[in-house]
Unconditional design. Structure first.
Length: 324
């Protein structure tokens, strides 16, 4: 079944994989991206690109007037550290931008358009004792970024229950894979790959024993496709239409560095830096509801995913070197 799909943030890391997942199934895809971090080079041929900010009136008009079956909302301020340093900006983009699009849907009466929100599992639950963590576990974000994502999920429930909009939230673990930005703070896998290739030290914050649920980006893209096509439960309380998208595998930063060592054959030096504010100690997600309702399971193991990602970064580096 083909769809007309709008992907906000579609020129970015995760968004570009979501775009390709839909175009690969014959869907017509429009991308809305301000290119603050996304790249046109990430996009396949045959898509429609609109350069705009999700907070703008013109972005709202695109949603209000466009004949989209599905809206995958990935455009966001994605850096936990930046949200700590500038929470007002995080709120403006992650809450304000999302509400701009939801209000446009409400005004247009688009009750058959499915709105898929890219939320977070890693930053939503906080430091918990129940691991892997299920969707219904109490929410205790440790950062403005997590607070904003939770706020948008609450608004999704409001717009679904009160205005009849078709909304769903996907709570990602730590997404990694090809095309991830290695120059920010959000993608430790990409940062480590680039540093190994450059012969530089790997910086580990704290003792390196903090854990995350690393989920491969192609698996995340597939979750978006399934969320667009599967029948969902009725709108209800928070968590009724929210799904963890993770592997259930807990990996420490030190173990991650070792996997990159194995993939690269290099033996990088690890240096430790102070812990970063706003980060949880352990995070791993229970994704059984995604399997039951969406039919989604992760296909890529962490070892294979890291190896694939490192090969992509190495190939990219070789490609740049050959043209200079």
């Amino acid at each position: 079944m083909t769809h007309s799909v709008l992907v906000t943030g579609g020129a970015g890391f995760i968004g570009s994989h979501v775009v390709r997942a839909f175009t690969g199934r014959g869907s017509s895809v429009t991308i809305l991206d301000d290119l603050s971090s996304g790249k046109l080079a990430n996009l396949p041929e045959g898509v429609t690109f609109v350069e705009d900010d999700i907070r703008s009136p013109s972005a709202a008009r695109l949603v209000r007037d466009g004949a989209f079956d599905v809206i995958c909302h990935l455009a966001a301020q994605i850096d936990v550290r930046k949200s700590v340093e500038d929470p007002a900006y995080d709120v403006a983009v992650n809450i304000g931008g999302s509400l701009n699009l939801l209000e446009a849907m409400r005004q247009s009466g688009k009750k058959k358009t499915r709105f898929i929100f890219s939320s977070t599992g890693g930053a939503l639950y906080g430091d918990v004792e129940v691991l892997p963590t299920p969707e219904h576990f109490p929410k205790d974000p440790q950062s403005p970024y997590g607070n904003a994502k939770l706020s948008v999920e609450l608004y999704l429930g409001y717009y679904a229950r009160v205005h009849g909009l078709d909304t769903v939230a996907l709570r990602y673990g730590n997404v990694y894979g090809p095309r991830q930005d290695s120059h920010g703070e959000a993608g430790v896998v990409a940062i480590f790959c680039e540093r190994v290739l450059a012969g530089r030290k790997l910086t580990v914050f704290g003792d390196g024993k903090q854990t995350r649920d690393y989920v491969y980006v192609a698996d995340v893209a597939n979750a978006n496709v399934l969320a667009a096509t599967r029948q969902l439960p009725p709108a209800g309380p928070l968590d009724s239409r929210s799904f963890n998208i993770g592997t259930g595998v807990e990996t420490t930063v030190i173990e991650l560095a070792e996997l990159i060592h194995e993939a690269s054959g290099a033996n990088p030096v690890i240096e430790h830096a102070p812990e970063r504010a706003g980060e949880v100690r352990r995070s791993v997600l229970l994704a059984s509801r995604a399997k039951e309702v969406l039919g989604w399971t992760p296909r890529m193991s962490i070892a294979d995913g890291i190896a694939e990602t490192f090969r992509w970064f190495a190939d990219e580096r070789d490609s740049v070197a050959s043209t200079t």
